[in-house]
Ligand binder design. Structure first.
Ligand code: PLP
Length: 404
């Protein structure tokens, strides 16, 4: 029975062994709000935004891709911190409108229905169109749509956890078809908003991002040249990753920013006057979130210790290894009131669902935890509650609160 490595425990969370979140003890938050509980610390989010602004060239806009965490209370706090929201459905659009001006919202995503397109056009949202059909539907709406084209680039984002560009993809429009479609949009009298290139997600490789951004700028210049119209704005995508697992190294965002500064210092002449944006989800919110779950049962099977909790993959699918990973690895976790304590045993932290998939931590070295103790699973701020099969087995949903 060997312990498996955990991911890195975010260093700023511990004070005297007790996990503190927004200045309050994790155990006190659970007493007040119940267990299991997602806690999102807006102080951590604000620090991420500040780091982005310091690292990136002045004038590069920051958009929040709200699918990473669309909790209304979090969106309300996020709205003043960023320059726009990117949404991917009509439901997300409604969530964005509660706290954000419609002209600061853009809508990407394959397979937009006529109803969604109509709602977006009437509201004045920028549609990042993903097919010629979407362009025609938007143009038929009887009011002037704001249209940008999502381009499926011929290059890939190397090292990304999820590739969303390069080769055959359901996302965007193949780059060779884009210049003619730009002409169609401009000639039809729509408001031309520019280009959007989203090549992938979850990369920790600064060089790969630098290269993808450089290629995106060159691609935008080529399209502008062929179409004979400059894009008012180019969304360079995002893809900034977070180190989830032992051995992962955090992305060097400052290096990405310095290189982007060099690229944008001398932009191709066809991009004169063009503004640039980057859209991020996970990198802004993942580290701000902790999933807290209480040990219901401590048991032994064939010599192995199991801590069965009141949570599970129905709340935090990603930590169970069943969301976008091939090999299951442990997310960082800890006993919430003994951060930094010496490990005393190796235990498997299980969820309460009746499926072997429901493991939140596989053979983790931990201080001894008993019934009633609180387990903290870190990096739970992105793709948690809304990216998990909450209806599976019919347990109640986890609480979600914003602190800090
Ligand atoms: C999912 C998605 C994002 C956010 O990705 P993260 O990995 O959370 O940063 C941004 N843009 C588009 C188009 C997406 O589909």
């Amino acid at each position: 029975m060997t312990a498996k490595p955990m991911g890195p425990i975010p260093p700023d969370h511990a004070a005297s062994g007790m996990l503190m979140l927004g200045g309050e003890a994790a155990t006190a938050l659970v007493e007040r709000h119940g267990s299991p509980l997602f806690v999102y610390d807006m102080g951590v989010v604000a620090a991420r935004v500040a780091r982005f602004r310091a690292a990136m060239p002045a004038g590069v806009a920051l958009h929040y891709a709200i699918k990473a965490n669309p909790l209304p209370a979090l969106l309300a706090r996020m709205a003043p911190l960023v320059d726009g929201f990117d949404v991917a459905s009509q439901g997300e659009m409604a969530a964005a409108f509660a706290v954000q001006r419609a002209d600061l919202v853009s809508f990407a995503g394959p397979g937009k229905s006529a109803g969604e397109i109509q709602a977006a056009v009437i509201a004045g949202v920028t549609l990042n169109v993903e097919s010629a059909r979407e362009v025609e539907v938007a143009l038929s709406m009887g009011c002037r749509p704001k249209l940008a084209i999502r381009v499926n680039p011929s290059f890939e984002l190397r090292g990304s956890g999820m590739r969303m560009g390069g080769g055959a993809k359901p996302f965007g429009i193949d780059e060779d078809e884009v210049p003619a479609l730009v002409r169609r949009i401009v000639d039809a009298g729509a408001e031309w908003r520019g280009l959007h290139v989203y090549a992938g997600s979850q990369t920790l490789d600064a060089e790969a991002l630098i290269e993808a951004q450089r290629q995106t700028v060159m691609l935008a210049a080529r399209i502008a040249d062929e179409a004979g119209v400059a894009p008012p704005s180019v969304n360079l995508g995002g893809g900034f990753g977070v180190p989830y697992f032992a051995g992962d190294e955090a992305l060097d965002v400052e290096r990405v920013g310095t290189a982007l500064g060099r690229t944008l210092d001398e932009p191709p002449s066809t991009l004169d006057g063009c503004s640039f944006a980057i859209e991020l989800g996970r990198w802004l919110v993942a580290e701000a979130g902790v999933y807290l779950t209480t040990v219901l049962d401590r048991k032994t099977s064939h010599g192995e210790t199991f801590l069965v909790t009141d949570g599970g993959l129905h709340h935090q699918l990603a930590a169970s290894g069943n969301f976008g990973t091939v090999v299951r690895r442990n997310y960082p976790l800890a006993v919430a009131d003994r951060i930094g304590a010496e490990p005393q045993e190796v235990a498997t932290v299980a969820g309460r669902l009746c499926t072997p998939l429901d493991r939140l931590g596989d053979r983790v070295a931990l201080p001894r935890a008993e019934e009633g103790d609180l387990i903290a699973i870190f990096l739970a701020g992105a793709y948690g509650a809304t990216a998990s099969p909450t209806a599976f087995l019919g347990h109640p949903p986890a609480g979600e609160i914003v602190v800090g």
